[in-house]
Unconditional design. Structure first.
Length: 528
């Protein structure tokens, strides 16, 4: 049983008012979910301030409060702890109440703009091959012990996160891998976690709507290495850093005496390729590590996935996992949901990818260029209520890596889709692409052209109708997502399922006849 006095012992500069012997059986930062015997932690959120709901929490049965403000006259004498930052306190108190679960797990935190999800899948497979029991908290799902639930956010709120870790311990999980978002770090959701390893994959432009600029974005990512890892109680803490990234040198200089292992294409990296071959059917060759060389084969492809494989080997080597398990685990991963995921088709090669940053889109298109035999057609857009400055950059990357671009709606959220598409179009125009005239709709796609189709399903259908067998179609931006968010509502929409449905329509005789008639009725002017 945990008392307020116990809670005081894990907080920074707390001030207790009232009875410190009060027993606490649970916690919540949402007054609507408070149960009798729980402590309520008042957090100032983005849309509401929990301090306004303290009375409601007490009425629901809260036995104590943690807040950033002193109690008013109404709550004078009620057990109350004042702290400088309740967001940070939430994770620390949750860890205590759930029995400090991460002390009983090997915990690896992975941060970076790209590659986090793929890395968790690789590490999950490696640990299984080594006879361990992995758990994952990430962008696609939270999964362990045969159970899986769709992820509401990449890094859950601190109290939920500690509950997940406690469930992992109960289920016999040995290794936990968590995708650590910049939002989660900045908002203190990882407080209370005892990390063994922190992994830095890369840093490119993203989330500037939240952080304001790339410097603040980097500083948020850095917290994993400058605060959480140094504070961890684990004895073999270390950082794993991608030496190829532009921010690697700076991060290395800011982590102090924390033990470090690097990976990358660079000959200076601790984990690096020796004779690796990146081909259409996968990646194979030898990787050098501090323990020697390891032969690996992966069914993933692209230079960005080579980097992900090197990261997985660097982590596994740090954890002293046997080479045979590392190789077997990497080989067992056939595909990552929504990450260059191929959709079977007799009309061209069709891929779905989550690429929603300029660098991610560039990486995916470079990988497809290595296996192309015909045109590359890209369908893409940008999300609303997010970093607007990356939209023209996304358009430029799409045009630079494609023969033809279809700009469509992504998750517009509360923004006007056509306005977002116009900002993407600016980047495409800068690259020299010209609009595909309406008169050309029944004619073959031409290199250096683009088209605007707001409805995402219609955009997918339009492109599929015009594919040749040698073409590659990339549907980018949403990847594994099963919804499209508009004005606060999430409507069912899965790019992969929509593609399958449109392919089925194209194979029907009625649709083929209609398409042929449309082709014949189009004049063809302006299309030469």
């Amino acid at each position: 049983m945990v008392t307020l006095q116990d809670i005081l012992g894990v907080l920074d500069t707390p001030l207790l008012r009232g009875d410190g012997s009060v027993r606490v059986t649970g916690l919540s930062h949402d007054s609507r979910s408070v149960k009798p015997g729980w402590i309520f932690i008042a957090i100032a959120g983005e849309t509401a301030d929990g301090h306004a709901f303290i009375s409601r929490a007490i009425q629901a049965g809260a036995v104590a409060v943690i807040a950033e403000k002193s109690p008013d006259t109404e709550h004078e004498g009620f057990p109350w702890i004042t702290v400088p930052d309740t967001k940070k306190a939430l994770g620390t108190v949750a860890a205590l109440l759930f029995g400090k679960p991460t002390e009983k797990l090997v915990l690896v935190g992975i941060t970076g703009t790209n590659g986090k999800t793929t890395l968790t899948y690789l590490l999950e497979s490696i640990v299984k091959a080594a006879g361990g029991f992995p758990g994952v908290v990430g962008t696609i799902s939270y999964r362990w012990g045969g159970s899986e639930q769709e992820a509401a956010r990449t890094t859950p709120e601190a109290s939920d996160l500690q509950a997940y870790f406690a469930s992992m311990v109960e289920a016999g999980v040995t290794h936990a891998f968590i995708e650590v978002s910049s939002h989660g770090l900045h908002r203190g959701r990882l407080n209370g976690c005892q990390f063994d390893l922190g992994v830095f994959t890369n840093l490119t432009q993203d989330h500037l709507d939240y952080h304001g600029n790339i410097e603040e974005y980097y500083c948020a990512k850095r917290l994993l290495f400058t605060e959480l890892l140094p504070q961890s109680t684990k004895t073999n803490r270390r950082a794993v850093i991608n030496l190829d990234d532009a921010f690697a040198g700076r991060l290395r200089g800011e982590i102090g005496n924390l033990p470090l292992i690097t990976y990358g294409i660079s000959s200076q990296a601790d984990v690096r390729p020796s004779d690796m071959n990146v081909a259409a059917d996968g990646i194979s060759g030898t990787v050098m590590t501090p323990r020697g060389g390891i032969r690996v084969h992966s069914r993933l492809t692209g230079s960005f996935n080579l980097s992900n494989i090197l990261a997985a080997i660097a982590v596994a080597d740090s954890l002293r996992i046997p080479f045979d398990a590392i190789a077997s685990g990497i080989d067992a991963v056939e595909a990552i949901p929504g990450r260059l995921e191929r959709i079977p088709s007799e009309t061209g090669s069709i891929f779905v990818d989550y690429a929603h940053t300029p660098s991610a889109l560039k990486n995916v298109l470079e990988a497809l260029h290595a296996v192309r035999t015909g045109r590359i057609v890209t369908i893409m857009g940008c999300g609303g209520d997010r970093d607007k400055t990356k939209r023209p950059l996304m358009g430029m990357e799409a045009a630079a890596g494609s023969d033809f671009v279809v700009v469509t709606s992504d998750n517009p959220r509360t923004e006007e889709p056509l306005s977002i598409m116009g900002q993407v179009e600016d980047g495409i125009l800068r690259h020299g692409f010209t609009l595909f005239p309406e008169a050309c709709n029944g004619h073959p796609l031409q290199s250096g052209r683009y088209k605007l189709i707001e409805d995402r399903r219609q955009a997918i259908a339009w492109a599929i109708q015009r594919l040749n067998r040698s073409d590659i179609l990339l549907v980018a931006g949403k990847g594994h997502e099963t919804y499209q968010e508009m004005n606060g509502v999430r409507y069912p929409f899965d790019d992969r399922q929509v593609i399958r449905e449109e392919l089925a329509k194209q194979s029907s005789p009625a649709t083929s006849a209609f398409t042929m008639k449309s082709d014949r009725d189009t004049s063809g002017r302006e299309c030469s």
